[in-house]
Design a protein around this ligand. Structure first.
Ligand SMILES: *[C@@H]1O[C@H](CO)[C@@H](O)[C@H](O)[C@H]1NC(C)=O
Ligand SMILES: *[C@@H]1O[C@H](CO)[C@@H](O)[C@H](O)[C@H]1NC(C)=O
Ligand SMILES: *[C@@H]1O[C@H](CO)[C@@H](O)[C@H](O)[C@H]1NC(C)=O
Length: 671
């Protein structure tokens, strides 16, 4: 009787735990989605822009261009790349390209300390940033440089007003995001930069995701509805895949607001690793483009974007450095304290008509203008005069001359425009075509640019492969789903097995211990039954599983620079500060949850299954168990080096870790 009662109590207990988990999750994200979750009926307008009679010809009008750089990671301790690349960017690329303005999408500084993976705001890095901008003349040009914070610029920061917020003192914008309109005779172009950093920034490693709460969404919605523009560019440090957009108080999601934007510009992911992030771009279902830019830090890339007759084009350029990343900072040039000598720079070619058809936005751009255009147009940025330009269309040399229709570099608004007459109707067959432009300057340096175009206004595939796929995922939702599925599956499996062995203790798989050979599934179930029949192990594991979804995992000094306010509870749902019990809906906690589930629960359970009921396996697998135990312990120790010793002592994971270490020894060696 007694034996059968205890497991039965687990059923309501499990259901109550799930209910509590549901309630806490909603509390944790209430600042993002509000209490009731309603979705307004979608009303996406899919009208094509009206045809108008503006013809793309050879005149220097209806065109502007600007630049983007991202992820500078100016670092005090890590020399390769970083500041060195940025200094060359300022001394060489900026004067050669001479854009109307520059947008910087975050991670201006690195903020990483030398030891133990610690991180905070380091004043030397901010001084380097400011000095470099000062020496390059950027600070003397109003409305030229627009910078925003990235997650590295808010490591270890209790609030926007904190002393630690060096961005507030040393950046150019100094505010939370920016919003400006470029007013031209031919159109209006809006640039909205949003700061989606955590309102209180923990130190590394749990400060990777951004979020945008209800009041932020309300402000953004207001801005987007406020004024009309030919194009609106939304800028954020985080790609949408790593930014939790909440809802407006009216219940609109980001998808609803995105009807008002043409391009979402971001950084943050650098180029990922192993070539996974070479094409981090995507065309979204609500008809805007999301374009991630690789980093200045290691890859030394920057982007030039042009809007020509309302068609948006861009090109990514790598600094012409002898090695990438540059190992050592360059010596300063005469008259500068840090800016280096200018580098020789081969011509850079940005073809603006025909635009690259992988980035066509027919619901945002007047794409029909390509078909009726009279000239190929390109911007060529060069240090020296251009000697020859050759255009190849589908591999054939274009037979029309190329003329300079730009102006002098000394003019107020420099536009190095080259044009050549063409007949787009020759290419109007509904297929992809290739244009290649080569330019040689008088010093013999050669630049080349190639793109796929179409004249029918349709989009070509981006062929972004895995990069495009990764951009399309919501990484936080993936982490949450993985954790949810794994957790529920294991819980139900253990509970079902426990109830089964309680009511059928004489199951042949359990009783006939040394019976004949078993199939793999039989062996698996036999081991499960034996494992759940060990009460100490079963109940500890089961209560641990319920604990991680209903209790905080640990107490951490999440913001070490803040003596009182920095302490908080680390739940899988987010971080809750002791001060005001305020929630930080930081999706990083899900990353922790998934990793911990895999390596501290799933693999541990598998290890116990392997050694259970089979003496042979015990000695063979003992070493792996020890290695796993030491590794998981070292991870806990490492975390305590960043977020304080409480992470070790006030941590439910530490108790589980100690328990299974002890139990593994008692099973594996002693018995
Ligand atoms: C969509 O919006 C238009 C204009 O704002 C309105 O006339 C129409 O009824 C809306 N459609 C739906 C399905 O709400
Ligand atoms: C624009 O072009 C179309 C077709 O060529 C023509 O019918 C129309 O009259 C033009 N409109 C204006 C305002 O010039
Ligand atoms: C910008 O929008 C206005 C208003 O819709 C339009 O008249 C103008 O032609 C557009 N500019 C360009 C360059 O297309």
């Amino acid at each position: 009787m007694q034996r059968s009662l205890l497991p039965f109590i687990l059923v309501p207990l499990t259901l109550l735990s799930w209910l509590r988990a549901y309630i806490i999750y909603h509390e944790a994200v209430s600042s993002l989605y509000g209490v009731q979750i309603t979705t307004p009926s979608k009303n996406v307008s899919v009208d094509l822009p009206k045809f108008d009679n503006l013809t793309i010809g050879d005149r220097r009008e209806n065109i502007l261009y600007f630049m983007q750089v991202s992820d500078l990671h100016i670092s005090k301790y890590y020399k390769p790349g970083g500041a060195s690349h940025f200094l060359y960017f300022l001394s060489t690329a900026l004067p050669v390209v001479s854009p109307s303005f520059v947008l910087v999408t975050g991670d201006l500084t690195d903020g990483k300390e030398q030891y133990y993976g610690r991180s905070n705001q380091i004043i030397d890095e901010w001084l380097t940033y400011q000095t470099a901008l000062q020496e390059s003349g950027v600070l003397d040009r109003p409305n030229f440089w627009y910078d925003m914070r990235g997650n590295h610029d808010c490591f270890d920061m209790s609030s926007w007003n904190s002393e630690q917020n060096l961005y507030r003192q040393y950046s150019v914008v100094k505010k939370r995001g920016f919003d400006f309109m470029v007013e031209k005779t031919f159109g209006r172009y809006r640039f909205i930069g949003i700061d989606a950093c955590p309102k209180s920034g923990p130190s590394r490693p749990y400060n990777f995701f951004g979020y945008y709460e209800i009041n932020d969404m309300d402000r953004l919605s207001e801005k987007l509805l406020d004024e009309s523009s030919n194009h609106t560019f939304l800028l954020a440090h985080y790609p949408k895949a790593t930014l939790l957009f909440g809802k407006t108080s009216k219940g609109e999601a980001f998808e609803d607001l995105s009807e008002h934007i043409s391009v979402y510009m971001c950084g943050h992911l650098h180029k990922l690793a192993l070539g996974l992030g070479d094409h981090l771009q995507i065309y979204r279902p609500t008809n805007y483009l999301e374009l991630e830019l690789g980093d200045m830090k290691v890859n030394a890339v920057y982007r030039i974007l042009a809007i020509d007759h309302d068609l948006v084009s861009y090109i990514d350029v790598q600094l012409p450095l002898p090695e990438i990343p540059l190992k050592n900072p360059p010596p300063p040039a005469d008259g500068f304290s840090i800016l280096p000598e200018k580098l020789p720079y081969p011509p850079i070619i940005l073809i603006t008509n025909p635009k690259g058809s992988a980035y066509t936005m027919k619901y945002r751009e007047p794409v029909q203008r390509i078909k009726y255009s009279t000239h190929i147009r390109m911007l060529i940025f060069s240090d020296h005069d251009i000697d020859t330009i050759s255009i190849f269309l589908d591999g054939k040399l274009h037979d029309q001359d190329v003329y300079y229709k730009g102006n002098s570099r000394n003019d107020k608004e420099y536009i190095p425009l080259w044009t050549s007459q063409w007949s787009p109707s020759n290419f109007d067959d509904g297929k992809n075509h290739v244009i290649v432009v080569k330019a040689r300057d008088i010093s013999g340096q050669v630049g080349e640019s190639k793109l796929i175009f179409r004249v029918d206004g349709e989009r070509s595939s981006m062929n972004g492969g895995i990069s495009e796929f990764l951009m399309g995922l919501d990484w936080a939702a993936v982490g949450q789903s993985l954790f949810f599925i794994a957790h529920v599956t294991l819980t139900i499996y253990l509970l079902a097995a426990k109830l089964y062995v309680t009511y059928y203790p004489n199951h042949p798989l359990i009783v006939s211990f040394h019976a004949s050979k078993k199939t793999i599934p039989q062996s698996f179930f036999r081991k499960t039954f034996l494992l759940v029949s060990q009460p100490i192990f079963f109940y500890t594991l089961y209560f641990y599983l319920l604990a991680i979804i209903t209790m905080p995992l640990f107490i951490g000094h999440m913001i070490p620079s803040s003596p009182q306010g920095g302490y908080g509870l680390f739940w899988i749902y987010g971080i809750q500060f002791f001060q005001n019990l305020r929630w930080l809906p930081l999706a990083d906690t899900w990353r922790h949850a998934v990793i911990d589930f895999v390596f501290s629960i799933a693999i541990v359970v598998i290890w116990f299954l392997v050694i259970t009921g089979d003496r042979r396996w015990r000695t063979k697998w003992l070493l792996w168990g020890v290695i796993l135990w030491l590794w998981r312990g070292s991870e806990l120790y490492k975390l305590s080096q960043v977020y304080g010793h409480f992470v070790f002592w006030a941590n439910v994971q530490t108790f589980w870790w100690l328990f299974w270490g002890w139990y593994g020894i008692s099973k594996g060696i002693v018995s």
